[in-house]
Design a protein around this ligand. Structure first.
Ligand code: PEP
Length: 250
């Protein structure tokens, strides 16, 4: 059985005051979440506050990115060991916003996967096609290429130590959500692709859906056999909405 995971990606949002409010709301409601594992990924500067507030609660936390380097002259970068120093369990890698605005390639994302594992972090490895790619009928080709880059660089066993987040780029922050059937089709394809390297890894691998998931559509998506949770952007910024998604997995 794969335990569902619901992870919040706060992106570049919030202030110390709003983060404190959000954490208070999450702590107050987390008792209603019976099934899913829950995690939040705040902007890096808020991680110490998140650690102080969430330590000892069932909610885990993580970074939104990490450097491929362990330390040194890399201004602005954050090493995996720095994230683990502050109690992070997870780190998002390969988010489409990093691929689009920061030119991250499949190969760099694969290097980040290794860097995360070297530091003991669990990568939340994001993949997904753009609208243009979907309309051209190459969705499977694109996600296969993104997965294969990690398998080639890290090996399938290391891939199995992470979590995949399938996030169709056209559904991120747009209010457009893949239908449960559309999402299930791609999730099944992803699992099939991984099973070509290892059936055991494929069977255990958690594959999250991300892209405008909300309390109102979460239950239907999470009911699909190959959807093992969600990576949540906008709806992770309100405790009530985020917890609504987490309890949809109950
Ligand atoms: C995301 O950025 O990972 C995401 C899924 O965003 P949203 O839920 O806002 O579409």
């Amino acid at each position: 059985m794969r335990q569902p995971l619901v992870a919040g990606n706060w992106k570049m949002n919030g202030s110390l005051a709003s983060v404190r409010d959000l954490l208070a709301g999450l702590k107050a409601g987390i008792g209603d979440v019976k099934v899913a594992e829950v995690a939040v990924c705040p902007p890096a500067v808020f991680i110490p506050e998140v650690q102080a507030q969430l330590d000892g609660t069932p909610i885990a936390w993580g970074g939104q990115d990490l450097s491929v380097h362990e330390s040194g002259a890399y201004t602005g970068e954050i090493a995996g060991s720095m994230l683990t120093d502050f109690g992070c369990k997870y780190v998002i890698i390969g988010h489409s916003e990093r691929r689009t605005y920061h030119g991250e390639t499949d190969e760099l994302v694969a290097e980040k996967f290794t860097a995360a594992r070297k530091s003991g972090l669990v990568p939340l490895f994001c993949i997904g096609e753009t609208q243009e790619e979907r309309e051209s009928g190459v969705t499977e080709e694109v996600v296969a290429r993104q997965i294969d880059a990690v398998i080639k660089h890290c090996g399938v066993d290391m891939l199995g130590e992470g979590v995949i987040a399938y996030e169709p780029v056209w559904a991120i922050g747009t209010g457009l959500t893949a239908s449960p059937e559309q999402a299930q089709d791609v999730h099944a394809f992803i699992r099939q692709r991984v099973s070509e390297s290892s059936a055991d890894v494929a069977d255990k691998l958690r594959i999250l859906y991300g892209g405008s998931m909300k309390p109102g559509n979460a239950a239907e998506l999470l009911a699909k056999p190959d959807i093992d949770g969600g990576l949540i952007g906008g709806a992770a910024l309100k405790a009530e909405d985020f917890l609504g998604i987490c309890t949809a997995a109950n």
